[in-house]
Design a protein. Structure first.
Length: 133
């Protein structure tokens, strides 16, 4: 049981490190986007379709980023979600495929994944896949 708890704690710490890295990457890219002029947090939030408060929580690491939000923010900033991760090629390829699938779902259903009721499940599935990569 002790080993299982240690593994769970290590996984939690690893996820937190990844979230911190992603949040920092988003901030850096946001400030350099728009041909170097940058975007404000409010501008990105509006383009993504979330509240400025929620976006600020993502970027300041007060709320963990999830799959749908990561893909939506990356798209608005003109990068792939894989560019936000401290990832190896296998993970970047996986994120690319997930992003393609999410866009197909959005096109087929005419709804945004980030606002769908299944977004939480999608995010959990993405996190599980990332932990395996």
């Amino acid at each position: 049981m002790k080993a299982k708890n240690q593994l769970a704690e290590a996984t939690k710490e690893s996820q937190q490190e990844i979230n911190n890295y992603i949040a920092k990457q988003i901030r850096l890219i946001r400030k350099r986007a728009n041909n170097g002029a940058g975007y404000s947090m409010k501008q990105v939030a509006n383009m993504v379709g979330i509240s400025p408060t929620q976006y600020e929580k993502y970027e300041t690491q007060k709320t963990p980023l999830r799959g749908g939000a990561i893909h939506a923010i990356a798209e608005v900033l003109g990068v792939s979600a894989g560019d936000l991760y401290p990832a190896n090629d296998k993970t970047k390829n996986l994120l690319f495929l997930i992003g393609q699938q999410m866009r197909r779902i959005e096109e087929d259903t005419n709804i945004s994944i980030i606002h769908a009721k299944s977004a939480k499940k999608t995010a959990q599935d993405v996190e599980k896949l990332l932990l395996r990569a």
